[in-house]
Design a protein around this ligand. Sequence first.
Ligand code: FAD
Ligand code: NAI
Length: 462
Amino acid sequence: MAEFDVIVIGAGPGGYVCAIRCAQLGLKTAVVEGRETLGGTCLNVGCIPSKALLHASHSLHDAEHNFARMGLVGAAPKVDWAQMLSYKDEVIGQNTKGIEFLFKKNKITWLKGWGSIPAAGQVKVGDEVHTARHIVIATGSEPSSLPGVDVDEKVIVTSTGALALPKIPKSMVVIGAGVIGLELGSVYARLGTKVTVVEFLDVVTPGMDGEVQKTFQRLLKRQGLDFIMGAAVQKAEAGKGKATVTYKLRKDDSEAVLEADCVLVATGRKPFTDGLGLAALGVEMEPRGQIRTDPHWQTSVPGIHAIGDAIAGPMLAHKAEDEGMALAEVLAGKHGHVNYDVIPGVIYTAPEVASVGKTEEALKAEGRAYKVGKFSFMGNGRAKAVFQGDGFVKILADKETDRVLGAHIIGPAAGELIHELCVGMEFGASAQDIALTCHAHPTFSEAVREAALACGDGPIHS
Ligand code: FAD
Ligand code: NAI
């Protein structure tokens, strides 16, 4: 008989959530984790630490730019970088210990060390081989490498190094205008670093709604970030405390060199499956290195499942969590389901950016008849009161049925506002359903209602 019902490899948001739900559903569960602390990339070197630094640096920005206008006068705060980093570490510690507590509470065994799968039904950790009816691979992802760029995590860093720099650099080149580049670029720009973002494409945050991309880049420029667009980085080299970045402009092949104290490489992440022994097991992979799974997260080898960043789909903590929960239901003989059409994405800059469902570009490409309801935060009293009138809510609805197909928000609390639209989409809401729902005044949420009204007879406040 197997020692465990389920062994999960990896304690990130996918793995730990899957394990907790398995245990709650009565399955004897263990988790293998090689890191010193639980919580994976997200809690240790991803979502949580980056949001702590975004919060701290945004608070400084607020104090510098808005306090005096509100009659809050006095010496502007100075940055104690060591303290800011220890605040971030404290937040990480609270969160990772929280997962340890939840493991104990749910009687989940933590098998400490790096796991491999010698055969279906077996997981090896150190010298010990454990057996399980079901194995779940939730080993996450790691930063992609870029040819010609050697990361030393001191001068040329990935997000992991950028979350723990020994001092605030005077200048930073960010390679890649994706989510990591713009979140961490914002952090340092607010702390006084001269940030230059070098992006291969002509737009920031590829895949996002085009209007949002343009507004987002404009607002970031206003905050002091410089952008070199349409530029392919050729190499980055670290010298004595400085680095150079060579890029080629795609439009004319001209080459130029930038110098900076620090280079952040943020050109995407790739699944991390090293050392698991998947090739020997015959586990099929996708061409881009993800583990291939069926709709129930089973790999090509029966009894071995995979979720989160290690499989296809957006590399987001909540996507991994949802898969973890749904897979646990499946393993317990129930019905687990993830609606991949309604997975929000949020960028935690100021203003925040959030989206769910189809973009206007995607609808056009599909040839679908749609209507657009848009409302600017300039028409929202609460936003103006707190100096956050930049941005808009944009709702895309089916032209015939009025059903909401997508929503894109750039503005205050966008990452919270988007969920009203997610719930609406899950319930098949029309734009009118949202427009006819009473929204409290004065809230940012009223902008969502106004955008929904704009899909019909028009908004009130514009
Ligand atoms: P991971 O969180 O990567 O966890 C995998 C775990 O498996 C790791 O702890 C690893 O040590 C362990 N592991 C790997 N192999 C083995 C092995 N063989 N044996 C034992 N253990 C193993 N997403 C969001 O949704 N919102 C955000 O705000 C956000 N911010 C981010 C900021 C940064 C800087 C980064 C880098 C990422 C961010 N992400 C964010 C993405 C998010 O972190 C990932 O999508 C999420 O962590 C994926 O969860 P996972 O469980 O699949 O894997
Ligand atoms: P990304 O895929 O978001 O962006 C990478 C960017 O680098 C793209 O714009 C790409 O065009 C550009 N690029 C690639 N090669 C280049 C080159 N040679 N020269 C110049 N530019 C180049 O990847 P990123 O930002 O590294 O994030 C990785 C993952 O982490 C994302 O999938 C994201 O989902 C997740 N994440 C999520 C966050 C959130 O939800 N708030 C925060 C941070 C990360």
